[in-house]
Each structure stands twice: as C-alpha cells, then as structure tokens.
Design a protein around this ligand. Structure first.
Ligand code: ZN
Length: 84
C-alpha cells in the first residue's frame, strides 16, 4: 500500500500537464493516507521534520514514469513537486 500526494503534474517527457494528479510515495509509512501539498506529514521516526520526499507518477498521456521531490519543512509538505 502506498500513500498519495495530490499535486500538479508536468511530464518532463511529453509536456503533459494536469493541475491535480495522484503521486505515490513509499516513504510515509505505507498507511494509505492521502495528502495535499502543504499538509502536515507527522510521521515520527519515518521521515524527519525536514527532509525530501520522493514521489512518483505515471504520465496518463505517454505512460512513462515521472519522479519528483517534495520538500518537507518543519513537518509540512512543500508547495511544489520538483521534477528534473
Ligand atoms: Zn508524458
């Protein structure tokens, strides 16, 4: 089971973009929780209060994997998913 983060997606492969897309992460304890950017992620002992969360998605247009990073600052998710 994964946890999800609802956030914008812009595919670096084909340029597809969506205002809301479900990214998944294995780093928040696999509790099946759904988060949005800016939400608190108080998962003591699993992820630090300040960390980088790795998330991933599958682009609905080209089907390729997209990897992203979300900053966690003072226990809160940052405001964007960074893709490279
Ligand atoms: Zn794509």
């Amino acid at each position: 089971m994964y946890d999800t983060v609802l956030a914008p997606l812009r595919c670096p492969h084909c340029g597809f973009s969506a205002d809301e897309h479900e990214w998944v992460t294995e780093q928040l304890g696999r509790r099946g929780n759904a988060y949005r950017l800016g939400d608190p992620v108080l998962v003591v002992g699993i992820l630090g209060l300040t960390a980088q969360l790795t998330v991933r998605a599958v682009c609905p247009r080209c089907g390729r994997d997209v990897a992203g990073l979300v900053d966690v600052v003072n226990g809160y998710l940052g405001k964007e998913v960074r893709t490279s």
